[in-house]
Design a protein around this ligand. Sequence first.
Ligand code: SF4
Ligand code: SF4
Length: 176
Amino acid sequence: MQFSLNDLYFTNVTDKRRHGLLLYEHIGTELANLAETKKYVQRLDQLAKTLHHSMESLVMFTLCSKCGEQVEGGCCSDFMAGETDAIQLLMNMLMDIKIEVQRQDVLECCYLGDKGCIFTLKPFFCLNYNCSDILKGNTITALKPYIQATGQLLSEQNRMEEYILTYLRRQEILTH
Ligand code: SF4
Ligand code: SF4
């Protein structure tokens, strides 16, 4: 099994999902059992929980579900599903997330489930999206924990991604 960066990052949503699932099938168990992987998974789980709490305290989930109920209201559009990639999907599978298509309505992101996005580790663009409805009405002090938690999660996600890419290169699975 061999992949190029293009296969993992720049193919369409379905192919990226297929490539992520293939990677997990072939190397998921071996990768999950490495001490370094376990360390990343534990740390990312903690950081994702911290971010979740900070989002709760900004009542973001209530705001977003109200927004999502409106026609073309939410920001998780079908177009945004293009931000996912095979490594991000693999990382979620290593964190016990089942990668299953939630909808095929060509309006909303196929990974948007009844309780929101299925991922613990969202694509960078989704995580970094600063919606004006969320920002307005909140002071910088109130937003600070959320901004900090987002930054910490993004940095650690980035480190785990680099670690996996290095692993794939060493195994000669990632070609160029
Ligand atoms: S982040 Fe903003 S645009 Fe996206 S669903 Fe929430 S309120 Fe709506
Ligand atoms: S946050 Fe999740 S559901 Fe929303 S667009 Fe991004 S990947 Fe899709």
